[in-house]
Design a protein around this ligand. Structure first.
Ligand code: FPP
Length: 246
């Protein structure tokens, strides 16, 4: 693997504050090697570690990875069970290093639907890193974008019902703060690996003005050099947020 510790010709003054990844292609990566799909997921966790360390080094503030969608329950039970074991594997191997690098771990999604051991592993990693001030690495785990919007709407309705807010307090900014990603910076860049061109119910609200890069690399092969390439594409884009070209 090509490990690039330089920054190529990246503009370090224009690094995306928040990068979201749809980690796709684990199954195909494994199939190409005549291995079970689960081996692809296993290898895919290494990519998370590689990219988190590199994003942190580049000064990215937040990185959010789509680890398990609400729809992924449709997969074979054995694959689902395997994915639920990955947090233990991941944090056993890498939590120490992530702590040393000041990375903060968070999750969004319905963790309560995961097995107790998986829940404990993730909540422990969150607790142990809560004071860290480097990259915020968020796992979207049992997460769905539409579900998040519904949950947020319910939460706001409760506050209204309890008299905590007025109807006119419900603005776009307020709604955004109430999302599971509440205090994270807006997503600047969304990267999907493996040549698929879909959002698959990921961060629907948050991606409104994000730049999208769809990359052909299968997730286990995605490395620092690929990340740099995607950031360079981002840096070449003219962001207008609905305005006009200057
Ligand atoms: C899609 O590949 C990828 C997933 C369903 C995510 C798998 C999860 C991880 C890599 C990491 C989870 C880690 C932690 C620490 C929670 P695919 O199976 O859809 O690939 P395919 O399209 O080639 O079949």
């Amino acid at each position: 693997m090509f490990v690039n510790k330089k920054t190529d010709d990246l503009d370090l003054n224009n690094i995306p504050a928040h990068i979201a990844f749809i980690m796709d292609g684990n199954g195909r990566w494994a199939k190409k090697r005549k291995m079970p799909r689960t081996y692809g997921h296993h290898e895919g966790t290494k990519t998370i570690r590689t990219l988190a360390l590199e994003a942190n080094r580049l000064g990215v503030k937040a990185m959010t990875v789509y680890a398990f969608s609400t729809e992924n329950f449709k997969r074979e039970a054995s694959e689902v069970e395997y994915i639920f074991k990955l947090p233990k594997e991941f944090f056993d191997l890498y939590l120490k290093e992530l702590v040393e690098n000041n990375v903060q771990i968070r999750y969004i999604g319905h963790l309560e639907l995961a097995p107790q051991e998986t829940r404990n592993i993730i909540t422990d990693a969150v607790a142990r890193t809560s004071q860290n001030t480097g990259l915020i690495l968020t796992f979207a785990f049992i997460y769905g974008g539409r579900d998040e919007i519904v949950q947020t709407t319910k939460k706001i309705c409760e506050k209204y019902k309890n008299g905590e807010i007025e109807l006119d307090d419900i603005t776009e900014d307020y709604f955004e703060q109430q999302l599971m990603t509440g205090d994270l910076p807006p997503v600047d860049l969304m990267i999907r690996s493996s040549g698929e061109y879909r959002l698959s119910n990921f961060l629907l609200w948050q991606l409104t003005y994000a730049e999208f890069v769809f990359d052909d690399t299968l997730w286990p092969d995605f490395d620092e050099a690929e990340l740099h390439r995607c950031i360079r594409i981002y840096q070449g884009r003219e962001r207008r947020f609905g305005g006009v070209l200057k």
